[in-house]
Design a protein around this ligand. Structure first.
Ligand SMILES: Nc1nc2c([nH]c(=O)n2[C@H]2C[C@H](O)[C@@H](COP(=O)(O)OP(=O)(O)OP(=O)(O)O)O2)c(=O)[nH]1
Length: 253
């Protein structure tokens, strides 16, 4: 069995990275059959006997990072000839796969980054002080009364961290210093008139700059909670998968 791996970082949220990857397809001369598709984190395609291979599979994993979506791809195959001939055939296939994938991945990264400009993203802050994190209760709108991480929509041309600092200043009147990326979840709802499930929420661990006082300018209530108090709140449903990362952070600090 033979294998090639490729890693690409795409300047796009998970949903865009996944959807654009699928719309572009794979650079193979024969159609592949979908075996697994778990939007937006994983897919696997396979093909039966072809030009020099007995079988071939192509799998991708999409994971969120502070720099964008990390796409790990793996191509596995078995050649159709035994011994030395199989080895020679494999060298030829390997070169072909490498060339095809390189051109494909360059085009893919550019297309995903372009598409990302059309999808409104949301950033949230897990503001930590000691062993507590700040949670905020929404006031009005479809998630009225639900708890969330303070933050909001990233404006055109703005990056995540600039949006985070601006949103917290507007919502809480405080200056924050982002520390590290914590995670990303898909928002099922419609964000700013976009398609349902297109946008994601990216949450960053942040600290409040010295002596900052917090005032709830837009939220109904603010609470500082410990790791074991988070589960019991009525969260916006999309936020729940982020809680383990926040709890882990609070217990590590
Ligand atoms: N801030 C924040 N928004 C969240 C979370 N979870 C979640 O689904 N959302 C959704 C709710 C909204 O559809 C969207 C954020 O919108 P927003 O209304 O807070 O953004 P904004 O401050 O830029 O609002 P606006 O000025 O445009 O009204 O993301 C979360 O934890 N924090």
């Amino acid at each position: 069995m033979f294998q090639l791996r490729f890693t690409t970082v795409v300047e796009a949220p998970l949903t865009v990275a996944f959807d654009v990857a699928r719309s572009l397809g794979r650079p193979w001369p024969v159609p592949l059959e979908e075996v697994v598709s778990v939007r937006p984190v994983r897919d696997v395609y396979a093909v039966g006997p072809g030009r020099g291979w007995r079988w071939l599979t192509h799998s991708r994993r999409f994971s969120a990072t502070g720099a964008g979506t990390l796409v790990d791809e793996q191509v596995d195959w078995a050649t159709s000839l035994p011994g030395v001939l199989g080895w020679v055939l494999d060298r030829v296939l390997r070169r072909r796969v490498q060339r095809a994938m390189q051109a494909h991945l360059d085009a893919y990264a550019a297309a995903a980054a372009r598409r990302a400009l059309d999808v409104v993203q949301v950033v949230g802050a897990a503001l930590v002080d000691g062993d507590r994190v700040l949670v905020a209760q929404r006031s009005g709108g479809p998630y009225d009364g639900c708890w969330e991480f303070p933050g909001g929509k990233v404006e055109p041309g703005e990056d995540d961290l600039a949006a985070l600092v601006r949103e917290i200043r507007e919502e809480l009147g405080a200056v924050v210093v982002p520390q590290a990326f914590l995670g990303e979840v898909v928002l099922d709802g419609v964000v700013a008139g976009g398609l349902p499930g297109a946008s994601t929420l990216r949450v960053w661990w942040a600290r409040i700059a010295d002596g900052g006082e917090l005032t709830a300018h837009e939220h109904a209530e603010l609470r500082w909670l410990r790791a074991d108090e988070l589960e019991a709140l009525e969260w916006i449903p999309a936020d729940r998968p982020l809680l383990p990362a926040v709890q882990d952070l609070l217990t590590r600090l």
